[in-house]
Design a protein around this ligand. Structure first.
Ligand SMILES: *Cc1c(COP(=O)(O)O)cnc(C)c1O
Length: 397
């Protein structure tokens, strides 16, 4: 007889053998055990042909990686603990001291902040370019350039760039470049649904699974997908060295969300377009930015390259309304909650300041509010915005 503590650990339980459940099992492990030392020595931990350690992947995370690669039309996928971690992993895997990276000026803010702080401290320089002007990108590509970020559309201001043209500008320059220049797209908005990043020529797709793939506003996760095995190895081996593992329960939430991603994307797309078009006609509003609206920057390119649009739009208010009136408008909304993130079930809004220093042209003087449309009835959301708009009139700056 062994002591209770030992027999609780070395228990006789075996999982049911004919339990053919529809969802994949949730496997959780910090480590796994090997039958023999010889098995431990020979199992390959580099190419995902076997299991070696929790951080290197489980049946659950391998399944999710395969599903995300399929969603995005890629071949290889690496999971990381957040969307921002996906952006950071790409930089850490590809860049070394002396290299330069280029980032669209309207990119997701923390991508720029990572370049300005950590990457700069590691001797890696950066420049911001105007993604709506391929000539500006061409002028900034140089002998040190190793990585070019793309984002479609831009965060907050939602200009839709000509991705094939930007990729062509990079490829033309790459031929004369010793190591090659890699293009990486923040694909969170398209989510693998609005367009295929790899068909448009992009090398790497980084995705905040926190948004559409989860859909529940209850988990943070990111992914890095490639078609190239060589690029995947750079990313995957760096990932193993820095310990960016994801938890089994979190992977389960994303696997569950994937079942309904196409339906949610379509429903939120329709609701967002309805609301954005209606808001465009309201007297307090100068412009509504949404790639599917005619007149929004990059609309024609969006129409050429995309079959759908995500649940985001930004409203620019007339310059007569000052910042405190816009804040008051947001405070007056009842269904739209004030918060970052997007693509969850609940609608959200955030007022943003557009920095005067940006190189991407910004033609407006008024303040901006970004809306994320959730899964509520669009009639209720419209009524909510309609009741909050008059609040702006009565709160003078
Ligand atoms: C949210 C978001 C991220 C970061 O995702 P987290 O999981 O919140 O770290 C990156 N890029 C874009 C475009 C995003 O919207």
């Amino acid at each position: 007889m062994t002591e209770t503590s030992t027999s609780l650990i070395h228990h006789p339980y075996k999982p049911p053998s004919a339990f053919e459940a529809i969802p994949p099992g949730v496997h959780k492990a910090s480590t796994i055990v090997f039958p023999t030392v010889a098995a431990l020595r020979t199992r390959d931990w580099k190419h995902k042909t076997g299991y070696t350690y929790g951080l290197h992947g489980t049946p659950t995370t391998f399944t999710l990686e395969e599903r995300i690669a399929t969603l995005e039309g890629g071949t290889y996928c690496t999971l990381v603990p957040s969307g921002l971690a996906a952006v950071v992993l790409v930089g850490m895997a590809l860049l070394k001291s002396g290299d330069e990276l280029l980032i669209p000026d309207n990119a997701y803010g923390p991508n720029k902040a990572f370049a300005q702080s950590e990457l700069a401290a590691w001797g890696i320089s950066h420049q911001f370019y105007d993604p709506m002007n391929p000539a500006d990108l061409a002028a900034k590509l140089g002998a040190k350039t190793r990585l070019v970020w793309l984002e479609a559309p831009g965060s907050i201001t939602l200009e839709f760039p000509d991705l094939p043209q930007l990729v062509a500008v990079v490829k033309a320059h790459t031929q004369a470049h010793p190591e090659g220049i890699v293009t990486a797209l923040d694909n969170t908005w398209g989510a693998g649904i609005a367009f295929n990043a790899f068909t448009l020529g992009v090398d790497i797709s980084a995705h905040a699974l926190t948004k559409y793939p989860s859909g529940g506003a209850d988990v943070l996760m990111g992914s890095v997908v490639t078609r190239s095995e060589a690029l995947h190895h750079l990313i995957h081996f760096c990932h193993m060295r820095i310990g960016y593992g994801v938890a089994g329960n979190d992977a389960e939430l994303v696997l569950r969300g994937l079942n309904s991603i196409a339906l949610r994307y379509a429903a939120q797309d329709a609701a967002t377009r309805a609301l954005a078009s209606w808001l465009q006609g309201q007297p307090q509003v100068e412009a509504v930015l949404h790639p599917a609206l005619a007149g929004s920057p990059g609309h024609d390119v969006w129409k050429r390259d995309c079959s759908a649009a995500a649940c985001l739009f930004s409203a620019v208010f007339k310059p007569d309304y000052g910042p405190s009136q816009i804040d008051h408008f947001c405070d007056s909304l009842k269904l739209f909650k004030i918060g970052y993130s997007w693509a969850g079930p609940m609608s959200l809004c955030v007022p943003y300041d557009i920095p005067a220093s940006r190189t991407t042209p910004w033609l407006y003087k008024g303040g901006l509010v970004r809306f994320s449309v959730g899964l509520e009835a669009v009639s209720d959301l419209q009524a909510d915005v309609a009741q909050a708009l008059p609040a702006m009139q009565y709160s003078k700056d």
